[in-house]
Design a binder for this molecule. Sequence first.
Ligand SMILES: [Zn+2]
Length: 334
Amino acid sequence: MAFSDLTGQNGIKKTLSAAVSERQSGTFMFIGPVGSGRHAFAEEFAKALMCDDPGEDGACGKCNCCKYYDAGTTPDVVKVYKPADSKNIKVSYIKETIVPEAILRPQFSKTKVFILDCDYLGTESQNALLKSLEEPPKHVVFILLSSNRDMVLDTVLSRATELKIEPYTNDEILEILKKNVPDCPEQTARIAADNCGGVPGKAITMAKQGEDVDLRRKVAELFLEIPEASYLKILKEQAEFMNDHKDDAVAIATDVMLLIDDLMRLKGIPDCKKITFTEHRLKLEKLAASPKTDMVKLGKCVAAVKEFLRALEVNANYDAASCAMLLKIHEELK
Ligand SMILES: [Zn+2]
């Protein structure tokens, strides 16, 4: 792996490349939402800092330090990610392990690297770290990660070079999906790319969940019932299904989006071959052929699903959000 193996974020790659070639020390902070690739960039940066012979593209991948890094045996990188047993990293761990360790010289490499996920560092832990960040020994690099800049103390931020992960373009997301979910059908990948808000981790989840065939069939059946169903039936049966499948909410939303996409295609070209839900073609064709189904209404259905996805993101009331989506679709297609 090298920087060029990671998709996008060219500005960040340039900064990392310069930091490695100039053997900069100090603190770097990757800021970006969950699933934006903060960890992948941090790991690649750490590896390049370990490497004996790094180039513009980061680690050489061949030297002993690179091999130790890949094997996870280098003693010169300390990674502090989400703790398994508690919500946050303990203050005592920062005070008794990280701070004293930062004074010691690296054993094999020229640099000692600490990767710390600030999402799991409370105020007290961040404060405990300040002294080390303030006067870092020349051989130390701190790589901090954060999904929420507001949760990081100003005193920490002011000591860090901020590396903001920008939303990825659609093409970049599609490229990442090809690498990570190679069997994902083209249409699912496109829907995932269009609706992930530029966050590859989210697109990968959507693409992977789209593979659940039974769930997909059930979603199609329920969706196709919506236009004819009564208001009460929707509030009871459809809403109950949504409630029973809370963990699959993103997959369901993706499937509904694909169903609407199929309707749009069939509306445009009645015998369109390229649809996702071929098993339900007859019913989809019938619905698309209805004069009551038009592009404007289908567009509003898409908006309703997007609204639902947004509600999931901000942890809004799940039942209310799913009912709102179902009723909106019913309203448009009945
Ligand atoms: Zn190397």
